[in-house]
Design a protein around this ligand. Structure first.
Ligand code: AHR
Length: 618
């Protein structure tokens, strides 16, 4: 046979098609990409973040020799009104030294022989003593790998020292002790490797960030996901929605925040750092902002109070791309980045279901386009499986003339293969697709392979698909909220999955334009078998439900021509004998015409382990 590639005509441009999506899920930022080695550095952990958290989470008392102390978290005289908690070590008997030690993330603090570490803290002491404070890098058994002494005063001040490390130990501890008598007050106890990504102090873990850089992504969507819109409407609450202005400036002045993935978020990796990372790895930034609507808890900003939320979007654009003479451009310049970052895209909302979002989106859209007509705006659509809500996203995007619609789906490998042609029928003059989250359920080679096939389908439809990013990107193996994930790590190792290398392949070899390909003399591709027989009676659909309580059940039409299908009943079961949940649907579905069509509805399993699949009755 012959394959001809027509090089005389340009097809659709592939533009910025393949990028990455960063969300602080699975401890992707704190305990992940953000290189801070101390967990709960400012004693702000709180049951609001997670019910078993408290101000001393990840800290242990140190009492050496006959030492005796009492340790409490206080807030009467904080270092900053936004960083209210600090620890007071009351020294009852100094012994060989009393104080505290941090346990770090995973198995501990990862120390490497011959590396250096930047220690910093805020401290003050009672006037009753003036003995030095001793800081040690140590092992679980107290072996000392590095040590420094510091004199502190009775007023809050910041202290810093670089410590050299004499051993490799991935279960390390950091201890701060004294032999004085009285009370020692400590806050913002921090330890960073001096070697961070691109050498930025207080920056990113080199090995994890290099994995991102090695992908060569065209763009980076951040900072979430559900992370951005789950929270209260008051920006000063520690349970607030993700407000970008809370994430810039000195780290000790950034408010602590509940991360909706059930942990504490320091915001040390904030908007300036995100923009800087994008610049460092050559990815265009795609910030996503909340629209003043929390779909998880139905918190809704009244329309006449939407102004500050819209200002957040306009100010962010100025912060990123305004010159130093503008109000927010000058804030960026003062923070150390005088040159503007390039900002081409902004997203409003994430997977919102409900009219309050679409009503509010229109105000954001109009205000942004009025001031920044060249900025491309991404409209959110409800989760793909939510059917009507997903369609509502497209309708809103068409009504508002959004540049992109953000589609999200996590599907079985079979679904990915079956939907290779999904975008063939999408129109070039519609808003373009931003496939902001997608993955097949798994990190096996087979998953990676079907994702590669699916991505060819995206490339082939560059007339309709503008941007696509796999999700989630990062996962700390000891703090898993969601899997599969593209990159896995612990406190000292990082691994790319097969899915990672597929993404890398496409990013490294993305072309500029589609070219027409003609083939002659090959056998016609095998068509999917007609399977009317399979759709009669009952069908056990294999699905591993262990990780997820809810699953969408999909019926894919393998037929051509119109057909009517009556779904009587769905059962979720371990086996045909052991039924654990039954949904009576009795719902008629008209199965589509010639195209592959996707139908979905939701049901709930009453148990989450050992479930083998669904039985569909027709
Ligand atoms: O990627 C994980 C989560 O999946 C995202 O936060 C959310 O947008 C989606 O539901």
């Amino acid at each position: 046979g012959t394959i001809s590639v027509v090089t005389k005509e340009w097809g659709a441009a592939l533009g910025d098609m393949f990028g990455i999506f960063f969300e602080d899920i699975n401890h992707a930022a704190d305990g992940g990409l953000y290189a801070e080695m101390i967990r709960n550095r400012s004693f702000e952990f709180d049951p609001i973040d997670r019910s078993d958290y408290h101000g001393l989470t990840a800290w242990d008392k140190v009492e050496l020799g006959e030492g005796k102390s009492s340790i409490v978290v206080e807030q009467t005289d904080p270092i900053h009104p936004r960083n209210t908690h600090y620890v007071a070590v009351e020294i009852i008997a100094p012994g060989e030294g009393v104080g505290i030690k941090n346990l770090g993330f995973n198995s501990g603090l990862p120390y490497r022989e011959s590396e250096t570490y930047l220690f910093s803290m805020y401290a003050r002491r009672s006037t009753s003593f003036d003995e030095p404070i001793v800081v040690t890098l140590e092992g679980i058994d107290g072996s000392v790998y590095g040590k420094a002494e510091m004199l502190v005063t009775s007023e809050w001040a910041k202290y810093e020292v670089v410590l050299a490390c004499s051993a490799t130990d991935f279960c390390g501890r950091l201890a701060v002790v004294t032999r004085g008598t009285g009370t020692l007050f400590l806050d913002m106890i921090s330890l960073f490797p001096t070697k961070t990504f691109r050498g930025r102090p207080g920056g990113l873990r080199e090995d994890v960030a290099e994995m991102l850089a090695d992908l060569k992504p065209k763009f980076m969507r951040f900072p979430g996901g559900c992370l951005i819109h789950d929270g209260s409407l008051n920006a000063e609450d520690r349970n607030a929605m993700y407000r970008w202005k809370n994430t810039i400036g000195p780290v000790e002045q950034r408010p602590p925040r509940r991360n909706n993935w059930h942990y504490h978020q320091t915001l040390g990796l904030g908007y300036l750092e995100y923009f800087q990372l994008c610049e460092d790895i050559g990815a265009k930034p795609i910030p996503i902002l909340p629209a003043g609507y929390d779909p998880h808890h139905q918190r809704i900003v009244p329309i006449d109070e939407l102004g500050p939320w819209i200002d957040d979007a306009l100010d962010l654009i100025e912060f990123a791309s305004g010159d130093a003479a503008t109000e927010w451009g000058s804030v960026r310049a003062q923070l150390g980045h005088s040159e503007p970052f390039q900002l081409e895209y902004i997203g409003i909302g994430n997977e919102e279901v409900g009219e309050p979002f679409f009503e509010r989106y229109a105000y954001f859209h109009q205000a942004i386009k009025a001031k920044y007509p060249d900025i491309k705006i991404i409209n959110s659509s409800g989760p793909f499986a939510a059917g009507g809500e997903y369609e509502r996203g497209w309708q809103s995007a068409r009504d508002n003339r959004s540049d992109y619609v953000d589609e999200h789906y996590y599907m079985s490998p079979d679904w990915m293969l079956a939907h290779y042609h999904r975008y063939d029928s999408f129109k070039a003059d519609d808003p373009k697709v931003f496939l902001g989250e997608y993955a097949s359920w798994g990190n096996t080679y087979y998953n990676a392979l079907v994702e590669a096939a699916f991505m060819i389908g995206l490339e082939r439809n560059a007339h309709a698909v503008g941007l696509a990013c796999y999700a989630p990107l990062l996962c700390n193996a000891d703090y898993v909220n969601w899997k599969p994930d593209m990159i896995w790590f612990n406190n000292h190792q990082v691994f790319g999955t097969a899915n990672y290398y597929v993404q890398q392949l496409f990013m490294h070899h993305q072309g500029d334009h589609l070219l027409r390909i003609e083939s002659e003399g090959f056998a016609t591709p095998v068509q999917p078998a007609r399977n009317a027989d399979r759709l009669e009676g009952k069908l056990l659909v294999g699905a591993n439900l262990n990780a997820c309580e809810y699953r969408d059940i999909r019926i894919i039409n393998l037929e051509t021509g119109e057909e009517r299908l009556l779904v009587d009943q769905i059962e979720i079961s371990d086996s045909e004998e052991d039924r654990i949940h039954t949904t009576q649907l009795g719902r008629k579905m008209v199965v589509g015409e010639t195209n592959w069509t996707h139908y979905s509805f939701r049901t709930k399993a009453t148990k989450t382990e050992g479930v083998r699949g669904f039985i569909l009755y027709f």
